[in-house]
Design a protein around this ligand. Structure first.
Ligand code: AMP
Length: 190
């Protein structure tokens, strides 16, 4: 299996690049943000609980996202691999993911980390907010909180994957195609 963590701060381009990677490598895209927004849209209890945190730009509890990912892995038994987008975001999530994949006899092949400066992230998110319908993309204070959550709780995961020799950092500035080429180059050496 080819299991990839597509990593980076909000607005780094993880969703855009995931959509290209799933086609090229025949992978299943697992975005915890997308799954949570689906839960909100269909009005589940889980969605309702997550919404207030997401609206503030805070992370939802580890156990919520871990169990979501666990059932997605169970529901996709014979796939080529997964792209994890927006997950893991904490040390507990990263450890849980490793354990879940061990149970399936597989592992993360690489963490591909997109690097983009804060100012550009804020610009991109505000631009996306004009059409995305996401309230968390429309307010600079909430965006700043999301970036802070990333810096405090999520960015340290680079060390977790670096210690397993799985970290590749990719400049996330440039055209969508150029960034895709750089990601493909790394993946093709795995
Ligand atoms: P995203 O679509 O990845 O930008 O995520 C939107 C929001 O969903 C985040 O600001 C968090 O509130 C929540 N969220 C998504 N994925 C996770 C995760 N792995 N852990 C905790 N919260 C998450």
């Amino acid at each position: 299996m080819l299991n990839l963590v597509l990593f980076g701060p909000p607005g780094a381009g993880k969703g855009t690049q995931s959509n290209l990677l799933i086609k090229r490598y025949n992978l299943v895209h697992l975005s915890t943000g997308d799954i949570l927004r689906e839960e909100i849209a269909i009005g589940t209890v889980l969605g309702l609980e997550a919404k207030s945190l997401m609206d503030k730009g805070d992370l939802v509890p580890d156990e919520v996202v871990i169990s979501m990912i666990s059932s997605k892995l169970d529901n996709n038994p014979s796939v080529n691999g997964f792209i994890f987008d927006g997950f893991p975001r904490t040390g507990a999530q990263a450890t849980a993911l490793d354990n879940l994949l061990v149970e399936k006899g597989t592992a993360i092949a690489a963490m591909l980390s997109l690097k983009v400066k804060d100012r550009e992230l804020i610009r991109r998110l505000l631009e996306r907010g004009k059409n995305s319908g996401r309230s968390d993309d429309q307010n600079e204070k909430i965006i700043a909180n999301r970036i802070q959550e990333y810096n405090n709780k999520t960015a340290p995961l680079k060390e977790f994957y670096a210690s397993q020799n799985k970290l590749s950092e990719i400049e996330g500035i440039g055209s969508v195609e150029d960034i895709a080429d750089k990601l493909n180059e790394v993946i093709d050496t795995l």
